[in-house]
Design a protein. Structure first.
Length: 256
């Protein structure tokens, strides 16, 4: 299967705050009552489809506690998002949020999605208030959620937020890239692709889009040659005089 998006998310937090349980609840819809500590980094692969968009999500479940810097670097250097988890009735796990943030700070950029999760809201008592956590999340520019991996409360909301934000930021990044391209550069890209495609305007435009990285952002059915043909056909039916040379206009007409 071809994926429109591939993302990597790293989950950090103290021992026994429920990192593995959150991931398992989201990916397998199950919850394990017996505590089984994570002794090495585990990777969960999740394949999702929404509105004809195929997403491949890699979730890295870290060993509880602060990470070895070399190990963290290998995981975090290309991460698209981070989730820091604490337990709402364990003060130490909340205080350590600051330390986890310091560890990942070198790997954060304008496209990175950050989420703070207060887990175990199914328990009857809590020592960290919602307002306390919200203030800390705002300070670190993180979105805040309270969850229960045990009963499933807000678990999907956490990962849905991350995916929506990652797709949104990927598109914004592409748009910034396109804004910086001169029409001459676009025309040259298209001409080269047309020659490679034997002057087929649809296949040529599809190849040009691929060379610009467009197929990594927009659904494959829109950026493949069949999708391009459909876009041109609709444009003609709507009375628009669009030619294969108008790549930028075509790109901007493709919306998720």
């Amino acid at each position: 299967m071809n994926y429109n998006y591939t993302f990597k998310v790293v989950v950090l937090g103290d021992v026994a705050v429920g990192k593995t349980s959150l991931i398992t609840r989201f990916s397998r819809r199950t919850y394990k009552v017996e505590y089984d500590p994570t002794t090495e980094t585990e990777i969960t692969f999740v394949k999702l489809q929404s509105k004809n968009i195929n997403i491949f999500l890699k979730i890295y479940d870290t060993v509880g506690g602060l990470q070895d810097q070399n190990r963290l670097s290998s995981m975090a250097s290309d991460a698209n998002g981070f989730i820091i988890v604490y337990e709402i009735d364990r003060d130490s796990s909340f205080l350590n949020v600051d330390r986890y943030y310091e560890q990942i700070q070198p790997y954060i950029n304008e496209s990175t999605v950050l989420v703070l999760v207060g887990n175990k809201i199914d328990i009857k008592s809590r020592s960290i208030s919602y307002d306390q956590a919200s203030i800390k999340a705002a300070r670190f520019k993180m979105e805040y959620f309270e969850t229960s991996a045990k009963v499933g409360t807000n678990v999907d909301a956490v990962f849905s937020h991350i995916l929506r934000e990652l797709i949104k930021r990927r598109i914004e990044e592409l748009n910034r890239k396109l804004e910086g391209l001169r029409e001459k550069d676009l025309n040259e890209t298209l001409k080269a692709a047309m020659r490679e495609a034997g002057d087929d305007p649809f296949e040529g435009t599809a190849k040009a889009l691929k060379s610009l990285g467009i197929n990594a952002v927009y659904p494959a059915e829109l950026t493949g040659s069949a999708g391009i043909k459909h876009q041109f056909s609709m444009a003609v039916l709507n009375g628009k005089n669009i030619t294969a040379i108008d790549v930028l206009g075509l790109i901007r007409s493709l919306h998720l």
